[in-house]
Design a protein around this ligand. Structure first.
Ligand SMILES: Cc1cc2nc3c(=O)[nH]c(=O)nc-3n(C[C@H](O)[C@H](O)[C@H](O)COP(=O)(O)O)c2cc1C
Length: 467
């Protein structure tokens, strides 16, 4: 099975056994201006200097109602460890997620199916049955007990499914009868070509929006801190956005406005439902995010006017005041990404969006720090956090490793989508001795800076995770 893991280019993103380069310090010189602290509302109005001396990734950021202690976010990662019925394995997944929990850190869950129809991957979890909700409840509470936060990623794969996954055995659904020109894996593990999807009727589109509502309510009941709408990586929402997969002649096809209609209806329905569940006055009501992948090529995504499409979509999202917009950047040159001009377009589109921004895609600690720093100093200043995918799979204590500039363990692609603990909960933690040595090294960099010495101690307490 493949996923939008931008995995064909490991030269940039993978970089086996690399040690975090020392060129960007984990701590800044005393008094250095560092990062923005976004204001309580979702607009970044002020730029306040961080004087703690911490590197950009270790300055706080507000995401919805959550005050995060650092900006290293765990990206959504499909791992296929649930039951064939889509019930998360509370013990196995509970261990996996809590291993990666830090105090005040944010995890975005693996993509989670909003209905049976939404399903296209064997043993991916769902959020549409009482058993699934109960299982998730145990996982979210374990994360929160350790002081961490988790958003649920809401998923409908659309034409990325196969009749073998569909409740009625019919072909999967999509905006138009255009198949992905690739193969997919079936529940028995064999490969088969993607099928030509059935074009959704207007009534069916309304029913899917209703499924998003139900799933959102269930996510709230399961104790998630928030929800993220998956609008990236060639799944149903992305299929509606792009004219390579959407050739409809009705109000969901044609103009940018029409192709973005489904996305905006889903975001509105999810936000409305989440606010109703949390209570309009509750801070938690703010915790709805969205993930997009402009210029992503995964699962045959294409558009005749990609830049203009997102030029319409992104500013139109401002009215929702989302907790964040999460963008998979087209940074990696390979099968899933466009060239440098796409990177430029996405950067300028970032300036048209007013709220917190999570960026993802092939980041290493060094360029992640630089991205956060540059955004804080851009005009207008932007509050940016960075989601890490593959590095988080292989390094359960990733934030601590980045803080200490410790070596990063390399991931093993062969165990991304297998169904047991191997490659999942058995990934190595830094040894206690390495942590002590790492702290010592940081301390000697500025021995007279007492404030910094205290901050290092505080940070270690936040980031420490255990097997
Ligand atoms: C094993 C694997 C599973 C993934 N599953 C999801 C997913 O469920 N939802 C999603 O939006 N992206 C998914 N992605 C994409 C990642 O969230 C991320 O955008 C991508 O891996 C690039 O970031 P990285 O270079 O830090 O790994 C997945 C990637 C990998 C490697």
């Amino acid at each position: 099975m493949g996923h939008a893991d931008q995995s064909t280019n490991d030269q940039k993103a993978g970089n086996d056994h690399a040690v975090v380069p020392k060129s960007v310090p984990a701590v800044q010189p005393e008094g250095a201006t560092c990062c923005s602290d976004n204001s309580a509302d979702t607009k970044v109005k002020t730029l306040t200097c961080s004087l703690t001396g911490m590197a950009p990734l270790f300055t706080p950021i507000k995401i919805g109602s959550l005050q995060l202690t650092h900006r290293i976010i765990m990206a959504p990662l499909t791992r296929c460890r649930a039951s064939p019925e889509g019930v998360p394995n509370t013990e196995l997944a509970g261990t996996y997620y809590t291993q990666r929990t830090t105090k005040g850190g944010l995890i975005i869950s693996e993509a989670t199916n909003i209905s049976r129809q939404a399903t296209g991957h064997f043993c991916a979890p769902g959020i549409y049955t009482p058993a699934q909700v109960e299982a998730w409840k145990s996982i979210t509470s374990a994360i929160q007990k350790k002081g961490g936060f988790i958003f649920l990623q809401l998923w409908h794969v659309g034409r990325g499914s196969h009749s073998k996954y569909q409740p009625d055995g019919r072909p999967p659904v999509g905006p138009s009868p255009i198949a992905i020109k690739e193969e997919t894996s079936l529940p028995d593990g064999s490969l088969a070509p993607f099928e030509v999807p059935r074009e959704l009727t207007l009534e069916e589109i309304t029913a899917i929006v209703e499924d998003y509502r139900k799933a959102t309510k269930n996510a709230f009941l399961a104790g998630f801190d928030g929800v993220e709408v998956h609008g990236a990586n060639g799944y149903l929402i992305d299929q509606f956005l792009h004219d390579g997969s959407n050739q409809r002649k009705d109000k969901y096809g044609g103009s940018y406005e029409n192709r973005a209609r489904f996305l905006l209806e889903v975001v509105e329905a999810v936000q409305q439902t989440w606010i109703e569940a949390a209570g309009a006055g509750s801070p938690k009501a703010a915790n709805v995010g969205l993930r997009l992948a402009p210029f992503g090529k995964y699962q045959d995504m294409s558009d005749s006017h990609e830049a203009e499409l997102y030029g319409y979509v992104i500013p139109n999202l401002n009215r929702f005041n989302l907790a964040y917009l999460h963008v998979v950047e087209p940074r990696v040159i390979g099968s899933t990404a466009a060239g440098p001009e796409a990177v430029e377009v996405v950067h300028s589109l970032g300036k048209t969006y007013n709220g917190p921004w999570i960026t993802a895609g092939g980041y290493r600690p060094d360029d992640a720090n630089k991205t956060v720093m540059d955004a804080a100093h851009s005009d207008p200043p932007r509050a940016v956090a960075v989601a890490f995918g593959r590095l988080f799979i292989a390094n359960p204590d990733l934030p601590l490793r980045i803080f200490l500039r410790a070596p990063l363990h390399h991931y093993n692609r062969a165990t991304f989508y297998t169904h047991d603990a191997v490659g999942y909960t058995d990934q190595p933690f830094l040894a206690a001795g390495d942590i002590v040595e790492g702290v010592k090294e940081l301390r000697v960099e500025q021995p007279d800076n007492q404030k910094l010495q205290n901050a290092i101690e505080g940070e270690i307490q936040l980031l420490k995770v255990q097997a």
